[in-house]
Design a protein. Structure first.
Length: 279
């Protein structure tokens, strides 16, 4: 928060404060922000985050803190409540429980909202979502609800990875076949936390922002080959279908606003993840 033109939140509520929220919270707290972490059981959140243990699948009966900013990182897989998606019900319960709507709200969605878009051109923030799967349709509905309830800005990260998010490394270790031609997009968790901090602090954030590193659309085969090389293992074989698939996300807006990433490509990112795992 060195930009003199930036806004500085005084207190922030992180809703669904998991790995990403915790990393963001520690960044904000280091800049002097009072940070509250809300999740079902928040008792093990690290200091200086203040725990708020609340189950948003139910109406909230306790008082939530009065804050000037909020970041929502709930999971779409929340179980349904009375035949309504738990993901949407949680947003409604949150809105009802807040003393007032914070001045700045950021809702973390996913680039999965484009899973029905077959285009091979780079997809920008100006492209309308094309949800095909039930998960993508739920994400789009949640984005709309977050705008309605909180006037939220939307951040859509691609595949999030980092320490503790090592699914692809596990696949390489297991020698599991992958679709080597599939176009992939990703963002390191630390850079995503920086993106969210930027969205809280910049004077006029964009309504929607894609969070993708500088290698959008990279073939999955290139990524697993690099991981295998670093681990001194044989690279995984290709899966049977071999269909290209996937999409390319245009993230020029992000890089213009944020500047250089800590982990601009999967190579620097997985170097860090592997080094962290090796202690």
């Amino acid at each position: 928060m060195t930009d003199s033109a930036s806004r500085s939140p005084k207190n922030t509520l992180l809703v669904g404060c998991g790995q990403l929220g915790t990393e963001l919270g520690q960044r904000l707290a280091a800049d002097g922000v009072q940070v509250y972490g809300l999740r079902r059981n928040a008792t093990d959140l690290p200091s200086p985050l203040k725990p708020v243990s609340v189950d948003l699948s139910q109406p909230v009966t306790t008082s939530l803190p009065d804050v000037d900013s909020m970041v929502i990182t709930l999971t779409p897989s929340m179980p349904a409540v009375d035949n309504e998606p738990g993901y949407l019900m949680a947003l409604k319960h949150l809105a009802q429980a807040l003393p007032k709507t914070p001045a700045r709200v950021v809702f973390v969605s996913s680039t999965r909202v484009f899973d029905g878009n077959p285009a091979s051109y780079p997809i920008t923030e100006d492209d309308a979502p094309v949800p095909a799967s039930q998960r993508a349709q739920l994400l789009v509905a949640a984005e709309d609800l977050a705008r309605e309830l909180f006037d939220a800005t939307i951040v859509r990260p691609a595949g999030i990875y980092g320490p503790g998010r090592e699914m692809l490394i596990r696949k390489v270790r297991a020698g599991e076949p992958v679709n080597r031609k599939r176009r992939t997009n990703r963002i390191h968790q630390t850079d995503l936390a920086r993106v969210l901090e930027l969205m809280l602090t910049m004077p006029q954030p964009p309504a929607v922002l894609h969070a993708v590193d500088q290698t959008p659309g990279v073939p999955l085969g290139d990524v697993v080959d690099y991981i295998a090389q670093r681990l001194q293992l044989e690279p995984p074989q290709g899966s049977v279908d071999g269909v290209v698939g996937g999409k390319i996300l245009d993230a020029r807006l992000l890089h213009t606003l944020l500047g250089p990433l800590y982990y601009p490509t999967f190579k620097q990112g997985y170097d860090q993840v592997i080094a962290a795992a090796q202690g």
